[in-house]
Design a protein around this ligand. Structure first.
Ligand code: PHE
Length: 431
């Protein structure tokens, strides 16, 4: 049987937008902007997205389409011994998924709570064993999607959910902007504090957020590229990056006006989504409906991202071990759920921790921050330095000066930026 392919370039772009647009856009981006210099943060962020994130995305698409296979086999076809590096990338993305799924399950829980008009306090929720039930439920949703295949599962879900997500977001933004807290919220969100640009931590925050938000460096885009037949990779990647950024920026326009309208703390950081916003929704008019819409939208975003992460190990088991999709999905799903269990349990009555830090927070740092950068480094070095240049050029429209500039970015600039981000993430912990 031949390899499955996307039904069209649009299907491929929508699935990739589904991967890129996730919890990172709607929850993480606004609070990072709010706490890193407001509007001024957009400068390092734009630079990170277009100069470093986008080239890495194109590289992944190129490797995937050229080799026509997933991460491990693709790396192996570049150099035999690189399969180890491929496995490292697959392991990192699987571990990120294991805790991303826990957050996804909280989102699902809150979507249900608001739909039934009974929001639960986050403390009470995580003091019970209810999170485990939602962990299983959202895991099953991701499992069912990937099991149905590239066209019938991943692409179809994105085709439905991405347009719905955009419509809900626009409705929420329109509502937020008419609320009394809108001027203050927007001032907080966007009034630029240019002095922060002198702070290296702001730059590494921008780099990290850009790579995470674009889902690059982790083999997701490589795997999605392997189901692609034709089309201009730069064009597709630009559409994906712009859509990802617009959705992130719009999310801030809905969140901060509401937070200011309810008179709550906009700089609540990670508490923004599950502590601050639920209390916002219990205080403002139409709060229950808005809350249900917001968490349904966030669930759509998280689901399509989790699906893309699950596809990486599943495609690997299929391509490298010859498993059929259904069996590969079941096997990988079982492993991921077991890996995610400690993170899921860390926010239940059991409060599982390691060195006094909740397991989930630890995973977020070790895999989601450090691991993500390491995977990106592996990807840019294996692809940029060892893949035959002629093969890359063949995928990106020839070997003219534009492509030479591109190769410089991939070979020198992207790894350098990733190294700086890695050092920055260590300093943040030490500091
Ligand atoms: N880009 C997703 C988000 O913003 C997260 C993600 C990271 C998805 C890595 C796939 C791979 O939430």
């Amino acid at each position: 049987m031949g390899r499955e392919k996307w039904s069209s370039t649009t299907g491929f772009i929508l699935a990739s937008i589904g991967s890129a647009v996730g919890i990172g856009n709607i929850w993480r981006f606004p609070y990072i902007v709010g706490s890193n210099g407001g509007g001024a943060f957009l400068i390092p962020y734009l630079i990170s997205v277009f100069l470093f994130g986008l080239p890495l995305m194109v590289l992944e698409f190129a490797i995937g389409r050229r080799t026509g296979t997933s991460v491990v086999a693709a790396f192996q076809s570049i150099r035999k011994r690189f399969s180890v590096a491929g496995f490292a990338v697959v392991a990192i993305v699987s571990l990120i998924l294991s805790y991303y799924l826990v957050i996804t399950s909280w989102v699902l829980a809150y979507a249900c709570f608001f739909t039934f008009g009974r929001p639960m306090e986050f403390g009470a929720f995580t003091d019970s064993y209810l999170p485990l039930a939602f962990f299983l439920l959202s895991g099953l949703a991701v499992f069912a999607t990937v099991r149905s295949g590239v066209r019938e599962g991943i692409e179809k879900v994105a085709r439905y959910l991405i347009p719905i997500l955009v419509v809900i977001l626009l409705v929420l933004v329109a509502f937020s902007l008419t609320e009394p807290g809108a001027p203050d919220g927007i001032r907080f969100y966007l009034s630029p504090d240019y002095s922060t640009l002198a702070d290296p931590a702001v730059w590494t925050a921008a780099f990290g957020q850009a790579f995470f938000s674009l889902s690059v460096g982790m083999g997701v885009m490589l795997t999605y590229g392997s189901y692609l037949e034709k089309g201009n990779l730069f064009r597709s990647a630009s559409v994906i990056a712009v859509a990802d950024m617009l959705i992130a920026i719009l999310a801030g326009f809905m969140i901060f006006p509401l937070v200011f309208t309810a008179g709550l703390d906009p700089a609540a950081g990670v508490n923004l989504a599950f502590v601050t916003l639920p209390s916002v929704f219990t205080e403002i008019r139409f709060g229950m409906v808005l809350g249900a819409l917001f968490f349904a939208m966030l669930f759509a975003a998280a689901l399509t991202s989790a699906v893309s992460m699950l596809e990486v190990p599943v495609a690997t088991v299929m391509d490298s071990y010859g498993y059929p999709r259904r069996r590969a999905t079941l096997l990988v799903f079982a492993v991921i759920m077991l890996l995610g269990l400690p993170s899921a349990l860390s926010y239940t009555a059991l409060e599982l921790d390691l060195f006094g830090i909740p397991f989930l927070d630890l995973s977020d740092y070790v895999f989601g921050t450090v691991g993500l950068i390491v995977a990106g480094l592996i990807m840019s070095i294996v692809g940029g330095w060892f893949m035959d240049r002629a093969r890359i050029c063949g995928e990106i429209g020839g070997c003219g000066w534009q492509q030479r500039v591109y190769m410089v970015l991939i070979r020198y600039c992207v790894p350098a930026v990733l190294l700086i981000t890695l050092v920055g993430s260590f300093l943040r912990v030490a500091g």
